[in-house]
Design a protein around this ligand. Sequence first.
Ligand code: ATP
Ligand code: MG
Length: 404
Amino acid sequence: MTTRPHDNPYTPNAGARPPALVGRESQLTSFEVLLDRLRNGHTEQSMMVTGLRGVGKTVLLGAFEERARGRDWTTVEAEITKNVDFGPRMAQLVRRGLLQVAPKARWKERAARAAAVLKSFQVTVSPQGEFTFGLDIEALEGIADSGSLGEDLTDVLVALGEAAQEQASGVVFLFDEVQFLKTPELEALIAALHKTVQRQLPLTLVGAGLPQLPRLAGEAKSYAERLFQFPTIGQLSGEQAADALTTPAESLGIMYAPDAVDAIVEYTQGYPYFLQEYGKIVWDYAPDTRITLEHVRECQDAVEAKLDASFFRVRTDRVTELELQYMRAMAELGSEPQFAKDVAGLMRRTSEQLGPTRSRLIEKGLLYTPAHGLAAFTVPQFDRYMRRAHRLDVPPPRGKSRRN
Ligand SMILES: Nc1ncnc2c1ncn2[C@@H]1O[C@H](COP(=O)(O)OP(=O)(O)OP(=O)(O)O)[C@@H](O)[C@H]1O
Ligand SMILES: [Mg+2]
């Protein structure tokens, strides 16, 4: 057998299920425990998975979804995007959940009531009625129509949870990119879930997002940390990374030399996306059934070029020159989180002057603050990329102030 492109098992694509999903056993087990406990009327902390770009958050949510379906739960997936009205979006998602819990023809009392509550919610969040629900039912007055998103969403999720309970089923919402929710939206969602937990209903939400998520949730509602655990996923260990690389190849009759594996693991630092990209390129490059250290070395430039084009460069598309220089200065200081004053010092400015720049980079999801005063890149190895792709442009000492 030769290493032909059409057999290539690697998956360097956003959200693409890898051929070997390694190193996520503990999160998958926690998720199954969560569902089983809720189904049995117990309470359990839900999960918000956090991690840098490309570590496998979306893939993990996908694996959760599959497990949930395997247990006959209704699943409702959504990716949060900025600038989408959250109330109407939730109305649509709840509708999707309700119709999966039971098709309309089989609605019992609780499901019919949930539909009426949902109708009322829909009219409240979107009075112009841009959406026609196809739920031919009267809105329930006095429920989910207060105009307070938190209270109304609580009514809706409780009603949906009761409908699921009536069908001896459960509903799990799986939300990706949760850091894009605005504070009042996150607050409303957490408040609503707080209620379904208190009522011991078989309804939950698991989320995924960037590392600032625990802080955002805590700021939205102080009790968020009691409702959710925030497991962090990231680099795979050396052994796991080696498995991620060799398992898919071995099953197709392709072997790696041990030092070839080591070289890829070292270059990628065990980051899942980088492993998939390296594996894919070296697979196509190696001429026969054994992948050697030579092959790995000879591919490295191609891998780097591919990563630059597909993963790194897109992140800097929408940043200003000053924002770019800010990140370049951070990169100069190394891969660890950096203090605002040190970055500013390198740029010969004050951290006050650069505060707005730093805030915009956080808003754009390129930086996050692991602790007060510190900022770090949300993209792994971004410091390495910035150093190779951009020149550090430090103004001369006491020079005239430069334009942004
Ligand atoms: N456990 C794993 N083992 C090996 N490869 C993995 C694993 N999890 C994810 N991958 C691979 O890593 C890449 C990134 O996965 P995914 O898109 O889920 O990351 P992400 O954390 O959602 O990134 P982003 O923050 O950019 O959305 C994909 O190519 C996927 O196939
Ligand atoms: Mg993702």
